[in-house]
Design a protein around this ligand. Structure first.
Ligand code: HDE
Length: 707
């Protein structure tokens, strides 16, 4: 049968092969391969056999059955059938990039870790950001915690700092992790909802686990709906230990702070982004790096000793507690810049294997029972996912410093060790043979000897530290440290989530816990649900009052800078190019990215030339941008006023409290008719650039009934 493909239809068709249609209609593929085809250009099987025809399987006659001997077909389909590997049970949806960590403020007095030894010392890194609950194909903007995992390829081995964008966690002990994750994932019988915590089983579990209340405050806050992965903080969460060259130790928490500041979306915006661009965060990270706008974070440490720890009203081994920055100011040690996208998503992002147990000399663990459980889990999970104990040999996981030992064989072994020395000690060197590596007592990793607390008799128990029982003090600290607007977002998020909970007793139980955090919060949630407030739940340990921590608020620390922001300009036929050019230049000058939106994408005639849009109006809703402006002629504005995509464009920007820059025709024909009144953030184009990246939250009460 004739194929109707021609050379141009085939990728690589211009690289030496030509596909020609034969006379009379039958196809024959004619390779311009005279044997001189270079190695890279020739398509081969996995055995290196050159493939002459990649379009047709081998058949017994033109219309006959396919033949089993077709090893080209069989190999190709066999490999395809096995392309998927198990996705991560948590953090399945992720995006990653390569970069470099530069030590800016060495801390040799605290740690012998080589990456912190000298100013200017550079260490390659690979960072992967993720959501927790959804599958690998789920959307990027659900309400969820974001994973923030960094692999440092140090010259003394790999160190993985596997953290989140929230400094505390839901549970105190690893033994509860499978329960937590089962409860938040899609429900077991129905397979929904995906990537969402707003359902019965999650809130049922949470309501029965008062230790989760602090984390719930964070998860219901705007932290859980970030604007960009480039604008999230990162936290190692657990207390770790630093050990210096003399063997002296200190405790330490790790914190990443984004150079672009922390910024979040609002809930309505996050929901709409999920529809407009399910890959929103992945695309944002990829495009920023691709255009050379490299995201950067500063790494800080909070360093303390046993005495400090003993003086706090909480246990530093409890992962549901943080150390307020105002109490213990973080100290900067270096900067991470992500500057290279992976070449291949599967080989790098998907196969990257992080493990909190990967530490280097100078860093050690604490007895945090959540951390201790993680030390087991990750290695185990890699074997399941990557299928071999040799997963460390994959390029993305391999250390960049020398690595040799006597571990041998196993599935997919890629190393080819020479000689007989596969055991230690051996005396083969005395026989003139290769003896292999030896222990390094002076420079090798040695575990810090402290075990439990000094006065702990160390009996085997299934118990928690006394202070672990205070579940509410820090939840209250977080809530009270937020702005009024942030508190309203938080209360509204709980109302939204509980409104999706169908079991009434669960809602009631959650409210009974909220009363122990803050009466006002509990009242707002009860009002939002139109339910009565239940009595407060009994508490295991009385709350202590803590000083507010402004560092916990996004809005109190927000710096409206253009750097790293994406700003859209809507235009149409006949628009004034000079006005658009001015806006574009101003956005670029501030380090932002302009994006032209028009009803059509092709080149359009405008006053002063032609312009092509970067995106079509219906496919480029304003939720995808940080701020919007426009330059439209009166007739076109009249036309656009009837277009629902244009109406939604402005209404959403307004409702999401963004800055809107307007031209006279847009104001008269569109904004006025939509009821969008000028305010501090709805301004003529001439005033737009100065305030573009700001969010105008004081507009919100006019637009939305918040709890
Ligand atoms: Fe994880 N976690 N986790 N986790 N976690 C995994 O390891 C686990 C916890 C975190 O981009 C898994 O390779 C247990 C806290 C990140 O590839 C698994 C417990 C924090 C990532 C696992 C926790 C994290 C993971 C799944 C309770 C913040 C993604 C796939 C003790 C400090 C890393 C994998 C990446 C991934 C287990 C709790 C962060 C199953 C048992 C707390 C960022 O091993």
């Amino acid at each position: 049968m004739a194929s109707n493909k021609t050379k141009a239809d085939y990728p690589g068709g211009d690289k030496g092969f030509s596909f020609e249609r034969g006379e009379g209609g039958e196809t024959h593929q004619q390779a311009s391969d005279t044997g001189a085809l270079d190695e890279a250009a020739a398509l081969t099987t996995n055995q290196g056999i050159r493939v002459s025809d990649n379009q047709n399987s081998l058949k017994a006659g033109t219309r006959g059955p396919s033949l089993l001997e077709d090893f080209v077909l069989r190999e190709k389909i066999f490999h395809f059938d096995h392309e998927r590997i198990p996705e991560r049970i948590v953090h399945a949806r992720g995006s990653a990039a390569h970069g470099v960590f530069t030590c800016t403020d060495p801390i040799p007095e605290l740690t012998r870790a080589s990456l912190f030894a000298e100013e200017g010392k550079q260490t390659p890194v690979f960072a992967r950001f993720s959501t927790v609950a959804g599958g690998a194909g789920s959307v990027d903007t659900p309400r969820d915690v974001r994973g923030f995992a960094v692999k440092f390829y140090t010259d003394e081995g790999n160190w993985d700092l596997v953290g989140n964008n929230i400094p505390v966690f839901f549970i105190q002990d690893a033994i509860k992790f499978p329960d937590l994750i089962h409860s938040v994932k899609m429900e077991a019988d129905r397979g929904f909802p995906q990537a969402a915590s707003a359902h019965d089983t999650f809130w049922d579990f949470i309501s029965l686990m008062p230790e989760s209340m602090h984390m719930i405050m964070w998860a219901m806050s705007d932290r859980a709906i970030p604007r960009s992965l480039r604008m999230i903080e990162g936290f190692g969460i657990h207390t770790f230990r630093l050990v210096n060259a003399e063997g002296a130790d200190s405790f330490c928490k790790f914190i990443w702070k984004p150079r672009l500041g922390v910024q979040s979306t609002c809930w309505d915006e996050a929901v709409k982004i999920a529809g407009a661009d399910p890959d929103y965060h992945r695309r944002d990270l990829f495009e920023a790096i691709d255009m050379g706008d490299f995201p950067a974070w500063d790494l800080f440490v909070q360093v303390f000793d046993e005495e400090f720890a003993a003086a706090q009203p909480y246990d530093v081994l409890d992962s549901t507690k943080l150390i307020p920055e105002e109490v213990l100011p973080p100290r900067k040690v270096g900067t991470m810049e992500l500057n290279r996208n992976p070449d291949n998503f599967f080989a790098e992002t998907e196969q990257s294997a992080f493990c909190p147990a990967n530490i280097v000399p100078g860093i050690d663990f604490s007895n945090d029972p959540l951390l201790q459980g993680r030390l087991f889990s990750y290695l185990d999970t890699q074997l399941k996912r990557l299928g071999s104990t040799n997963f460390h040999q994959l390029p993305i996981n391999a250390p960049k410093c020398p690595m040799h030992n006597f571990q041998r064989d196993g599935h997919m072994q890629t190393m080819v060790p020479k000689g007989r020395a596969n055991y230690e000690p051996n005396s083969l060197a005395e026989n003139g043979e290769e003896g292999g590596p030896r222990e390094a007592p002076a420079t090798g990793f040695t575990t810090f000897p402290a075990n439990a607390e000094r006065n702990d008799p160390g009996l085997k128990v299934r118990e928690r530290g006394e202070l672990f029982a205070d579940h509410y003090s820090q939840a209250r600290l977080f809530y009270l440290s937020q702005t009024d607007n942030e508190q309203a977002h938080l209360a509204s998020a709980i109302v939204f989530e509980l409104s999706k909970v169908l079991i009434e007793t669960v809602r009631i139980r959650v409210m009974s816990r909220l009363r122990n955090i803050d009466e006002d919060l509990a009242r707002r949630v009860a009002d939002g649900l139109a339910m009565d407030l239940p009595p407060a739940a009994p508490v295991a340990r009385e709350r202590v009052e803590m000083d507010e921590s402004p560092a916990l608020s996004i809005q109190k620390n927000y710096q409206p800078v253009m750097q790293g922001r994406k700003v859209a300009i809507l235009f149409d036929e006949g628009s004034d190019k000079a006005a658009i050019d001015t806006l574009v230049a101003g956005i670029k000058e501030g380090g932002g990215t302009p994006f032209l939106v028009a009803p059509k994408v092709g080149p359009m005639k405008v006053k002063g030339g032609t312009l092509s849009a970067d995106g079509q109006l219906a496919g480029s809703p304003s939720v995808l941008f940080d701020a919007v402006a426009c330059a439209i002629m009166p007739d076109n504005a009249k036309k656009l006023a009837k277009e629902s995509a244009a109406q939604a464009w402005f209404m959403d920007a307004y409702a999401h409290c963004k800055t809107i820059g307007y031209c006279p025709a847009t104001k008269a024909e569109i904004l006025d008719k939509l009821g969008i009144e000028p305010d501090a953030g709805v301004v003529p184009n001439a005033e737009f650039l100065a305030i573009a990246p700001a969010r105008h939250w004081d507009r919100e009460p006019k637009l939305r009934l918040l709890a």
